[in-house]
Design a binder for this molecule. Structure first.
Ligand code: GLU
Length: 419
């Protein structure tokens, strides 16, 4: 038992054990690599619009401090608990190491149902959360970013709150900010673009023509919507999407720009079309070329994995596939090409890194440079993953995580154990 005990953390532990066995990591090194260095819990009281006071529980987990500051998003959702945040922090570590960023992993969150907060209450909660975290974060200590339930506006409030306490503007304290407040061009689109870029690379290498391809996207937030748009622009038919309000299905392809316009006004896909309404639970099982889970963790379990009808599984979400499902997918590897989460969605943190570098230097890049460098990093990591998987006859996830774990392990071992 640890404070993190729960199904999501257990999943991160099980995945790590697979890697540690494959890499033959001695038992006495394993806990040092796996267990998070720090976990912070804060209570965030705010004034509600009705004059009462509400208190929300907030968390931040910093997984390891070996390679530089810790880095990762902040999640506002009713499912958030310390175990989920711990698992997400660990995954951030393997992700950052895989793509070669000088960071350890972190993640934070607040257990809150955003549907019950007004905009003013959300601002109060965002500011109070950051204010409570001030002793534990910093541009060279821990750098936050958006995740589920947070966005550019929340990052601007975080940055403003931190800066007000410092007496000067510190843009490099968070990434994913609006471009008008020290953010970088291309960050908003970065994660979805990366998902689409890698999916297109796999399609090209498999000889699949974009015009014949179809995609299904679960989750139409920042990641899912931009992934869908990039594929749509490449000629891929987006035959189904879903979000927390429902799903839409159209065999001839949805009008993704129109849908994005709708969600920017109404906040969800609800009300876009009555005729196209579909069962959200069935969306993952639709026959398609590319399936993009871009919502929650653990949506693809063993049973779902057995029934998937996609050619490419491009994991936009963090942890969408359980270790049980991985066993099934390993048997089905000739039918389904898996682009594992820590590679597939890493475009977001890669461009966050570019934002941090630009803020530190106060030297800003063109969007074309941001995107070119993002794709260069994704290509390199993809090539390494595929080569490792085929050389060692292991699954793509095992190869990708092993590359990440090895880098963290090498840094820990060369630095030594103090004192
Ligand atoms: N929340 C995103 C992720 O899970 C982005 C993290 C970041 O940009 O630091 O990768």
């Amino acid at each position: 038992m640890t404070v993190y005990s729960g199904p999501v953390f257990e999943m991160a532990v099980n995945q790590f054990n697979v890697i540690a066995n494959y890499l033959e990591i001695p038992m006495d090194e394993r806990d040092r690599l796996l267990m998070p260095k720090r976990a912070i819990t804060v209570s965030c009281p705010i004034h509600k619009d009705d004059g009462t006071v509400a208190v929300f529980e907030g968390y931040r987990v910093q997984h390891h401090l070996t390679l530089g500051p810790t880095k990762g998003g902040t999640r506002f959702a009713p499912t958030v608990d310390i175990g989920e945040i711990g698992a997400l922090a660990i995954w951030m570590s393997w992700k950052c190491a895989l793509v070669g960023l000088p960071y350890g992993g972190a993640k934070g969150g607040v257990n809150v149902d955003l549907g019950r907060l007004s905009k003013r209450e959300l601002e109060a909660l965002s500011r109070r959360y950051m204010q409570e975290m001030i002793p534990f974060v910093g541009p060279h200590t821990d750098v936050m970013a958006p995740d589920m339930g947070t966005n550019e506006q929340v990052m601007a409030w975080f940055m403003d709150t931190y800066s007000m306490y410092q007496g000067q503007t510190v843009t490099e304290i968070v990434t994913g900010k609006p471009v008008s407040s020290g953010g970088t061009l291309g960050r908003r689109e970065a994660t979805g673009r990366g998902v689409a870029y890698l999916s297109k690379r796999v399609m090209k290498e498999a000889g699949i023509c974009m015009g014949d391809a179809t995609a299904v996207v679960q989750g139409f937030g920042n990641v899912g919507s931009y992934a869908a748009l990039e594929l749509y622009n490449a000629g891929v038919k987006i035959i189904a999407v879903s979000d927390h309000t429902g799903a839409l299905h159209c065999a001839t392809g949805l009008d993704v720009p129109a849908l994005m316009k709708h969600t920017s006004i109404h906040g969800s896909i609800a009300g876009f079309s009555v005729e196209l309404a579909f069962d959200p639970a069935a969306i993952l099982l639709l026959p398609c070329t590319v399936l993009i889970p871009a919502a929650m963790e653990r949506v693809i379990d063993r049973e779902v994995a057995e029934r998937l009808q996609c050619r490419i599984l491009a994991e936009g979400a963090n942890g969408p596939t359980t270790p049980d499902a991985d066993v099934v997918l390993d048997h089905r590897k000739d039918e389904i090409f898996v682009i594992p989460d820590i590679l597939c969605n890493s475009g977001g943190v890669v461009v966050s890194y570019f934002e941090w570098v630009q803020d530190l230097q106060q030297l800003f890049w063109e969007e074309s440079e941001v995107t070119r460098r993002e794709y260069e990093i994704l290509d390199r990591a993809f090539t390494q993953m595929v080569a490792r998987a085929s050389a060692d006859h292991v699954a793509h996830r095992t190869a990708a995580m092993a590359i990440g774990v090895e880098k963290v392990r090498a840094a820990k071992n060369t630095r030594g154990l103090f004192p």
